[in-house]
Design a protein. Structure first.
Length: 331
């Protein structure tokens, strides 16, 4: 049987949060046993909103180091920068003709990111964001796309594009599917558990580089709910449910198992146990991250990764070019 192709990316737009970690990053190494992962830094996507060049460079290095610290093994996974593989931009130039203005304007990420902006300040790139994301996925013939819940709409749009393209040109593109964690696909803000923990709206966030004292303090002062029972009930107890999801995902257990551990606990003692679990995990993660930063191990990993990624991506690009009628003479 053909191995699964797994693809995902993270935008280097700011400080990574516990949501990014529990939703995707921490569990990526498991995919190495399921198939062939292509994992990248979505630096072209980071340009879709204004960003300082030095910050973009530093964030990109951080994400590379985070991938390695999470346990991705460069012998099993291909790690690369999106901008190092020019096929992303080339495929984008083709695929932008097969997605439509109506579809793109319905994307909630686009609406969320631009509601407060004046039309004259909204770049074309943020509107066309899902086209490039679809190309990221298509280029690697990916069938599995591990993401948090907020990205499902984009993967669905990619599926529409694949269907549309294949109907017109034959069986050229592989149909991808979003893969969500059962627990942790949507970690909420600690100060407002009805909102996603988000690096672009960092109220109530835990950042992956926070020191342990800060992490503990943030968890101990997380908003909780009426009542006193530690029970998973996202509608009536969004704060406690979020902390249970954080605990379960950190420990890699189910929500039911987590609930059982805390029968009869008071909120304060429960929070302390959550803080202990998160701190133990993050502390070890940060030590690995620091070692990778100090040794600059990510440089060779990204260089080698780009070579491997280019090879796969260029083959798909050629297949698409041929399908639509572009001439592809060999050099
Ligand atoms: P922003 O908040 O600025 O929109 P983001 O964190 O959603 O950024 P990325 O950094 O590209 O954007 O996200 C990387 C991955 O982390 C994506 O798969 C995304 O779905 C996931 N993710 C982001 N926030 C959460 C969250 N709160 N819970 C679970 N997964 C999340
Ligand atoms: N859009 C994603 C980042 C991203 C991505 C991708 C994720 C860009 N290209 C391809 C999965 C597959 C985000 O904003 N979190």
């Amino acid at each position: 049987m053909k191995k699964s192709r797994i693809l995902t990316g993270i935008k280097p737009t700011g400080k990574l949060t516990l949501g990014n970690y529990l939703g995707v990053l921490k569990h990526l190494p498991e995919t190495q046993d399921e198939g062939e992962p292509f994992i990248f830094i979505a630096d072209l996507h980071a340009l879709t909103l204004p960003i300082d060049p030095e910050e973009l460079r530093q964030n990109s290095i951080d994400i590379a180091a985070f991938y390695l610290a999470a346990g991705l093994d460069p012998n099993k996974s291909t790690l690369f920068l999106q901008s190092s593989v020019s096929a992303h931009a080339e495929l984008n130039a083709i695929m932008q003709n097969y997605l439509y203005m109506g579809e793109l304007s319905r994307m909630t990420q686009f609406k969320d990111k631009t509601t407060k902006m004046n039309d004259s300040a909204i770049g074309l790139g943020i509107f066309a964001y899902p086209v490039l994301m679809a190309c990221d996925i298509i280029l690697y013939d990916a069938n599995i796309v591990p993401v948090g819940e907020d990205q499902v709409q984009h993967v669905e749009l990619t599926r529409d594009l694949v269907k549309r393209f294949n109907n017109r040109y034959g069986n050229i593109l592989v149909m991808p599917e979003a893969k969500l964690r059962k627990v942790g696909a949507r970690i909420m803000s600690l100060s407002d558990p009805t909102k996603k923990m988000s690096k672009s709206d960092p109220k109530g966030d835990i950042f992956l580089k926070d020191d342990m004292k800060t992490v503990r303090k943030k968890i101990m002062s997380a908003v909780t709910d009426l009542g006193s029972e530690v029970k998973y009930d996202p509608v009536n107890k969004p704060g406690i449910s979020n902390l249970l999801a954080i605990y379960a995902s950190t420990k890699d257990i189910s929500i039911e198992e987590a609930e059982k551990e805390f029968v009869g606990y008071r909120y304060g003692d429960f929070k302390k146990a959550v803080a202990d679990a998160v701190c133990a995990d993050l502390e070890a993660f940060q030590a690995r991250y620091q070692h990778i930063i100090d040794t600059k191990e990510y440089e060779k990993v990204l260089k080698d990764g780009a070579i491997k990624a280019r090879k796969v991506a260029n083959e798909t690009l050629k297949r698409v070019q041929n399908a639509v009628g572009l001439l592809t003479y060999e050099e």
